[in-house]
Design a protein around this ligand. Structure first.
Ligand code: ADP
Ligand code: MG
Length: 379
């Protein structure tokens, strides 16, 4: 695989177009892996463009690591193919795939200095010493580690060690870098900071990254596209906005936005809207047009941030604010809807405009923000 050529220092990097950062970087087709009865990954398929930041997001055990390890070559698929650029690498050894890795455990060599650690992939590839020194220096500078080259890993903080691990993956400019929960061991503040640094470096260098996390917020911050995984299946592979605003399943609606779900039945369709009668309140709710026949039982899904409190007569239902919690810029409210014992409806409204505990309110929503999922008859 061709190198990107001259590595430029961080100050000049922003304006430099990476020549290979176009087209298809990686694709997997019908990738499958079983362990006995457990289907760890079930026919995963996706195509990732060069320069894209893609995240596998899912709960523990959903198959994220197994998918990544198959791409890396540390885990042999039962079936399916993996292509890097135009090359089928399915049967190749990990070191022949030319991919970079960063894992949760930093896996730095404790007896080597920072510079030696970062130099390792180049040393392994027989790159001349002068070239190594130059590239290591530049890479450390990009990650804000100039001046740390002669330290040992134990003389660094967790965040600095993770940056060194990142440098070691970056230094030979692999076409694709794989990261498995690289920030999982760090505290929240450091994680937030390193997320931004990783994203900045990725954009400046035009890197293709496949990233694994179970943290929704982290995935939203970093990703161009997110593959939401569940029980070994890719539930939806889309941009953060699409996943949030147009979830294709109730699971995705709940996993990314903690949606409210209200049972109801389609009453009628107009040109622009689908009108639903809610089971609990009997109220009518307008959703953007869905392709569902009258009478279809549905789950209405709305994100808490898209609901608004209004005058009791103006909403699709009424209720009483049972709890209102101030959380910085937001107020989170729980509203007990009249006419049944459904879970509290959750609202998130800008602080200062929030409803207060005990208040009688109506609830309203923009039809564009309402997603409908047909439910099993009687389910
Ligand atoms: P994630 O990274 O999303 O937490 P994994 O890919 O590690 O999930 O695991 C997916 C499923 O495969 C889980 O049910 C897990 O227990 C199983 N699994 C993973 N690796 C092995 C293994 N080496 N042997 C047996 N089962 C495994
Ligand atoms: Mg994992």
């Amino acid at each position: 695989m061709a190198e990107f050529g001259v590595v430029t220092p961080s100050v000049e990097v922003a304006g430099v177009k990476q020549p290979t950062a176009t087209g298809k970087a990686l694709s997997v087709v019908a990738l499958r892996k079983t362990y006995g009865d457990v289907v760890a990954v079930d026919e995963a398929s996706m195509e990732i463009a060069a320069g894209e930041f893609v995240t596998f997001l899912g709960a523990s055990g959903s198959g994220k690591t197994t998918t990544l390890m198959m791409i890396a070559g540390f885990c042999e698929p039962d079936s399916g193919t993996i292509t890097v650029g135009d090359r089928d690498v399915t049967k190749l050894a990990p070191q022949k795939r030319n991919l970079g890795f960063v894992f949760q455990q930093y896996l730095l060599f404790p007896h080597m200095t920072v510079s030696e650690n970062v130099a390792f992939p180049l040393t392994l590839r027989g790159v001349p010493k002068d070239e190594i020194r130059r590239r290591v220096g530049e890479t450390l500078e990009i990650a804000g580690l100039s001046g740390f080259g002669s330290r040992r890993p134990r003389e660094l903080s967790g965040g600095q060690q993770q940056r060194v691990a990142l440098c070691r993956a970056l230094v030979y400019r692999p076409p694709v870098i794989l990261m498995d929960e690289p920030l999982g061991a760090l505290d929240k503040k450091l994680r937030d900071q390193l997320q931004i640094e990783i994203k900045t470096i990725q954009q400046e260098l035009g890197l293709t990254v496949i990233y694994v996390t179970h943290d929704q917020e982290e995935a939203l911050v970093l990703s161009d596209r997110i593959a939401v995984m569940r029980n070994g299946l890719i539930e939806q592979f889309d941009t953060p906005r699409e996943l949030f605003e147009r979830p294709r399943t109730p699971f995705v609606a709940d996993f990314l936005g903690a949606a409210n779900f209200l049972p109801g039945r389609v009453l009628q369709n107009t040109d622009a809207h689908t009108v639903v009668r809610l089971d609990q309140s009997g109220g009518l709710l307008k959703a953007r047009r869905h392709d569902l026949a009258s009478g279809t039982p549905v789950k209405v899904a709305v994100q808490p941030g898209r609901l608004r409190a209004c005058a009791p007569d103006d909403g699709f239902c009424t209720g009483t604010v049972e709890i209102a919690t101030y959380v910085g810029t937001l107020v989170r409210a729980g509203v007990r809807i009249d006419g049944g014992d459904a879970p509290l409806l959750r609202l998130e409204v800008p602080a200062g405009r929030g409803p207060v505990t005990g208040e009688r309110v109506g609830i309203t929503v923009d039809p564009e923000d309402v997603n409908l999922f047909p439910t099993e008859q009687g389910g």
